[in-house]
Design a binder for this molecule. Sequence first.
Ligand code: SF4
Length: 635
Amino acid sequence: MKKNNNGGQVAANTSTEAAAGAGAPSEGKTGVIFAYGSAFKADWPEPVKVMMEKIGTLGANHPRDQVDKDIVNEYAERMKDGAEFPPVVIFRDRDGLEWVADGCHRYEAAKMCGLADIKAVVVEGGERDAILFAVGANAEHGMRRTVADKRKAVTVLVQDKEWRGRGVNWIAQQCKVSWDLAKSVCAEYERAHPEETEDGKDKAKKCKRNGKEYLQKSAVSKPLPAHIVAIGEMRELACKARAVVPEGDAKLAESLDRVGSELHEILGKATGAKCRMAEGLQVPLNVYQHKLVGGISATPEFERKGLATHAVNVGLGCGHQCSYCSSPSLRCRLPAYGELQINPYGSGFAVIDPKSADRISKDKPKLTADNTVMLSTCDDAWSPEARKYGVGRKCMEVLLKETTARVRVLTKSSEVKDDLDVAKGSEGRVMVGLSTGIPCSREDVAKAVEPNASSIKDRLQALKQAKDQGFGTYAMLCPCLPLVADTEAALTVMFKSVNDCGVSDIWLEPVNARGMALKNTAMALRLAGLKAEADAVDAIRKEEVWSKYAAALAETAVKVAEAMGLADKLHILLYADKITDPDRERVKALGDTVILLGKDTAKAKDGGNSEAGDEGGETADGGKPDGNGADENAA
Ligand code: SF4
């Protein structure tokens, strides 16, 4: 027995085995290493001998597409010659039933040789635990998985109702495959088994919009063509490699930047993007056009937030490119992404409906002066691509001319100030909000996580200008990142800057842990050399740490606001279902300043004594019947 560089056992093997560890083997014809290590956990027990007759296989739930007979034969030959193989992994339940979760080729070979026992690491767990382990077991060691194996692993999970319900992200993580591949297999499965998707998430359901009841269309995005997925993955890999280039290797960093940019351009051409925007942008955009359905929609979520009764959205992907944006995870299932050949979780693209103003004009409910329309809730009507087509300006014009409602603007672009002339004479009906969740002393962070948005300084100036022109103004401090915007000092600076702009209200929110938001934000910060900030974001990826950070942020914000005499202006938005029980009490103690949102709202309000949670919160399947996306504040 040898040891590989990772400390794992090594056995000689065939040419089809993947080299998972480093170091050259000294035995075997082709001599490729077969190592174990990364799939094994440090606290697992020492291997023992297990009787072959007691072991069961996962059968149809085995994630290998097929057992490779040549490999089994070769292993059997070598076992007969006395070669020692790494232990297989077996899960054993309380009744003593055992399943092979890793090492099916070794198990089959041992069976072929008629061995009475096999060396195994035996861990506690039932068949389902074994399946969950098995689907990701060969990602980093052992015989390399084929595409068919990866697809089979995803299929094993998606055909289980409970696991399917956990969503594409979770499945991709468990199977250690790309999101695109998981998404593609899930979508195929859903199409092939419509009868199995009646859990309300996948099938048409009734929705109300503007008082009318609609059957919501099944929102399943078409899988992307394989070559588009591959180009996207190459681009992502170039970006990942760029993020970890050692400091000082400017040449390599430059090469990877160039490769990433070229692949991005190729992706735009291959998918028929309408144009490419690069000038003045840190992240160049492939811009797509897409005609959205519906105009002004009621928004119970924003009503609960105290922000608006109705909403207008203008696209399906915002060019400000904020790393923490919630929109992708809220709208990822919309069929439009499949039609446009876009990975909703990808970056470097924007989708705009240039005729949004016409859409609003044609589809508007009866609104009164008591209503407020938010422009916008899932995107930004002053993003670079929206500005290119004058979308925000035109929408504001239509809303003011054709309705009597108030208009609440929310943007991260200071250029909104240039369009306020269309609201002249209606100053009392317009509230302008510039989203600024980062203190102006940390423009470096803003540049990293909101690369195509205006600088914080410019946003604050625009807010001040709006106030000076007689418009109502409000602050949206969202999201307040850990280490950057959750300390007393940072909150003091932020409260002071927006208060100096004459805001009537201050809304504040932690960074939400949806979809890829935290992972992307940590990576963006790392890429910008902001290691401590990146580590702080990585830390809150654990649910219980996020909960503590969110509760502490709320407490600190209330304390600072009280000290500054701003307590009456402060509203803290918190998704209750993400708060763990011990932190609920802390949040409850802050009273009405905290607006609890999400499915578990009632539970949080009464400290967990309520049976049923409130409806609302995130709607991962796209939310609205009009296909405009979920009812959520992405900014
Ligand atoms: S968070 Fe808002 S401004 Fe940023 S990308 Fe998302 S929609 Fe655009």
